[in-house]
Structure formats: C-alpha cells, structure tokens
Design a protein around this ligand. Sequence first.
Ligand code: CP
Length: 317
Amino acid sequence: MKHLLTGALRREDAISLLDAAEDMHEVQDRQLKKLPALRGRTVVNAFFENSTRTRSSFEIAGKWLSADVINVSGSASSVKKGESLRDTVLTLAAMGIDGIVMRHGDSGAAQLAADWLDVSFPSVRVINAGDGAHEHPTQALLDAFALRRRLFGAQSRGRGLDGVRIAIAGDIAHSRVARSNALLLPALGAEVTFVGPPTLLPPGADTWNTTVTTDFDAVLQQPLDALMMLRVQLERQRGAFVPSVGEYIVGWSLTDERRAKLDDDTVIMHPGPMNRGLEISSRAAEGLQSAVLEQVTSGVSLRMAVLYSLIAGEEPQ
Ligand code: CP
C-alpha cells in the first residue's frame, strides 16, 4: 500500500495494520513515549477543515515516532490568498517531505493529491484524514482496533471481526466515517447494520455489503456487540433533513431509555465530536459500556502504525 485513501482494504492489509497498532499501543504505557522509527522523516499535517482528534493524534503519532511534524491549516496558509490545492500540495512536497496527512472539505481531495504527487514527487505518501462526506479511513481502522481490543483483549492479534454484530446509527448520508466503515468492517467479517432517518440514508446505501434500515428500536431489539452513534452533521446539511430536533431524538437518539434496553456488554461507540443530548445522551457517552475515549486513545496507536507502515515501508519490530 503506497497511500491510505480509503477504507476499502484487503482483509490481510487491515489486520496487519491493526496488529502493528497493537505494537504501537504498548508505547502508551511507557514514561518515555518515543521510538526512533521515523527519525529524519518529515510529515505535514495539512488540515483545510477543523479537527481536534485526527489532527492532534496524527501530530502525537508522528512525534512519538521521532518524525518532524509540520502543521499547515487552511486558514493560516496561502490558500487564503487564492492558492490552489494543487499548488499547495506540490509546494509542500517540493520542500522534501515524506508524507502528507490531509483533511479537506471536498470529497476526492486526498485522491487528487496522491495523483499529483505520483507524477511529480512519487516518494511522498498521502494519508486521507477525511475528505468531505466521502471517507475517513483511519477513523474506521481505529474503530475496528478499539472494538477488537474491547471484545478480544490480549487475544486480538491476527483476528478480524468475524461474526461481530455492529449497528451504526444516525446521519449516514453526511458521514465519511460511515462510508469507510461500510467498506472496512465487512472486509473484517463484521455483520453491519446502518440505521437512520430515511432522509439521512444516502442513495446507493442498499448496494453496500450491509443491512440498511430506518427502525432504530427494532435494531436495538437484536443482539448487538457494538452500537456506533454518528454525529448529526448540521454543518453539512443544506436543508431540513428531519422535521425537528425533537423528532430526531424520538426516532434515532441513543437516549437513557434506549441505552437501558441494550445488553450490558454491548459496546457503545462514537467517532466524535459528539452532540450530547442530540444523537447520544451523556450517560450513554460516559457509562461503562462506552468506548468513546478508548477510540481516541486508539487513534494515536493506529495512526502511528499507518505512518510507520507507509513512510518507513516495513513492518514494525
Ligand atoms: N472523529 C474525527 O475525525 O474527529 P475530528 O474532526 O475532531 O478530527
């Protein structure tokens, strides 16, 4: 794998990254969290859209691997003066960097960057850190990593998520996390159900290798190993997709009442940022079943594995 642009990974490649992340995870327990693996390498975090988790965790991941990490934001770069994305990407690459981690508001931006770099700077790797409503592959990988650890603990290595029942609920239409998970989780053997209001299910979702439905309460009556709530992406919704916030909560929010009906061992997940009280209650977000902060912690380990795999180009020792 040269670039990481999509969650459409081969099962063996995905498991190899998850296993590498297990090795990286051990660094988190050390007092001195530094490996020499990417010493002398330079990674640019080019974020043209806001981020807390992804940007910080990529920066920490790069620094823990001893890479030099440079942050470029859309608002503080010459993009504000009208420079094109192509010129921005080629300008950064011309400085001698090894990788670009890119978040952009437009679907396909990371793929375009990879295409341009393959021609002019073929040694530079591109990692898609979220492109519009299209994909967010490292989020899907860290979700799989966090869930695998929750379910299988020390026996996680080498495993997929075969037969694991996962429901993903909420604003599917605007979610790049949903699209990457729709590709990755079935490849790992999981049985995935998407559920949301009919207006927030994207056209074509019925062709995904998953079940798609609108009846949240019926989904919750089935045995579930994990329930992932998705953020209602008010900033991407150009129009009224549900009649009211109240109606959304009645039909599709993980309220305290719905949480009480879940099995005690159903893992509750959310990629963040959360709209508490809208798609998820505070108790559901913070209870013992919640893996929300484990997902954040997993993000550093998984992104260390991705940076290492792509930039050093070898399996970690
Ligand atoms: N989950 C996620 O991508 O969060 P950020 O937008 O904070 O990076």
